[in-house]
Design a protein around this ligand. Structure first.
Ligand code: NIG
Ligand code: ZN
Length: 398
């Protein structure tokens, strides 16, 4: 097996508590040895062992590749006009999901596949190496199942979101739609999914009530799917408490939290996944990240890349928002977009750079992680497969 020694790392973010060097477990002037796509050795460059191959990153920072634990990449169509209307005051209510649904139902497998491929390439170009992908723009048995089959070609972290909204043709009989989701749709989708999710939101007439959400999530659990929840996005609601009660790995959005919600998250293993690109693109208030962190909750950051509330796949942008608007420190934001997001997917082989972990690397065109928030809008991060000979300059890194 060929081993590769990587040197010239001005700052290595390991997220390794054992490094005893702050939240990010930073090693300066570091080197790593990678073999068979796993980290074999980490330490000071001056102490690096020999290896078969050698790459030098020229004084750049290296981080665990970003883990984007919340995306909706399988969709067709365009909703830029909806975004534009929102910027002049139209509120977001989830109604536009039906527009994406119609376009997605009308797209062929190959069209959807190439849309997802393009979005995945876009994410890698900004430093993301792992991603979750949800269904949720099919909302019929066939399109939900093929959305998940296509998503599976790109990730093992696939999420069945048949309960995204009630589609227009089912609005006269919501109960029948919940039966479809928990019956034939779940049957067709479960083989292609690790997770089940629901848009639990009493403030949208299109989304699901607490009782409906519970029915959907219980059915998913009975099919051995693990639980995640879209909760508390548009107003205070039951999503967070339901997620905690059902032992969800993550409750995502958390835009409107009561003190009781913060306490419940802090006392649980449910990760609070914050998606500040959504607040940016919907003109909503930013979530209470400081209160969550100070209370001891585990916080993750993700993009929520989707055509309605945030058509951005950029984790560096999310990190900059988290620092500027959520008042997270740069270290907290980087941790949340790597180790925190990995925790929300119940994974310990990604989001960290420790011996045995996957060698998924993000390289910055900068000497430290601080530049992610310091240089917003600048393409300074990329996922680089150094062992496969990928060049830094091909990925817009000088
Ligand atoms: N809120 C629910 N679902 C997506 C948005 C879907 C859409 O509007 O297309 C979200 O996570 O924000
Ligand atoms: Zn979402």
């Amino acid at each position: 097996m060929t081993s590769t020694l990587i040197t010239g790392i001005s700052e290595l973010v390991t997220n390794d508590a054992e490094q005893d060097n702050g939240l990010l477990g930073i090693v300066e002037d570091a080197a790593i040895v990678v073999s068979d796509n796993a980290i074999e050795w980490i330490g000071l460059q001056s102490e690096a062992p020999a290896a078969d191959l050698h790459r030098d990153v020229g004084g750049r920072a290296v981080l665990p590749g970003f883990v984007d634990s919340h995306t909706h990449l399988v969709f067709a169509g365009d909703r830029s006009a909806e975004f534009s209307a929102r910027m002049t005051g139209e509120p977001y209510d989830g109604g536009g999901i039906a527009v994406s649904m119609a376009a997605t139902r009308g797209a062929s497998d190959d069209e959807l596949r190439s849309l997802v491929r393009r979005r995945v390439q876009e994410m890698r170009g900004q430093g993301t190496t792992s991603w979750e992908i949800k269904s949720g723009y099919g909302l019929d048995v066939d399109t939900e199942a093929r959305s998940l089959r296509i998503a599976r070609e790109f990730t093992s972290e696939t999420t069945f979101l048949g309960a995204h909204v009630v589609p227009p043709e089912a609005r006269k009989d919501r109960a029948a739609y919940v039966e479809l989701v928990t019956g034939p749709m779940l049957e067709a989708c479960a083989p292609h999914a690790k997770w089940i999710d629901v848009f639990c939101e009493p403030h949208s007439q299109y989304a699901f009530t607490e009782a409906e959400s519970r029915t959907v999530l219980d059915a998913g659990k009975a099919r051995a799917l693990e639980v995640r929840v879209h909760g508390n996005q548009l107003g205070h609601g039951p999503g967070v408490q339901l997620a905690v009660e059902l032992g969800a790995a993550s409750v995502d959005h958390c835009t409107f939290l009561t003190d009781g919600d913060v306490d419940a998250l802090a006392a649980s293993d449910t990760v609070a996944t914050l998606l500040p690109g959504v607040e940016f693109s919907t003109r909503m208030p930013y979530p209470r990240a400081r209160d969550l962190i100070d209370a001891g909750a585990t916080v993750a950051l993700a993009s929520d890349c989707n055509p309605g509330t945030c058509y951005s796949s950029s984790i560096p942008f999310v990190i900059a928002l988290a620092v500027r608007e959520l008042r997270m420190t740069p270290a907290e934001a980087v941790w949340a977009a790597t180790a925190g997001a990995a925790t929300s997917l119940r994974r310990n082989d990604i989001g960290v750079l420790t011996p045995g972990a996957r060698a998924d690397l993000a390289v910055l065109n900068a000497p430290s992680h601080l530049h992610l928030a310091y240089r917003p809008g600048v393409p300074i991060a990329a996922a680089v497969d150094l062992c496969a000979g990928e060049e830094l300059d091909e990925l817009h890194l000088e």
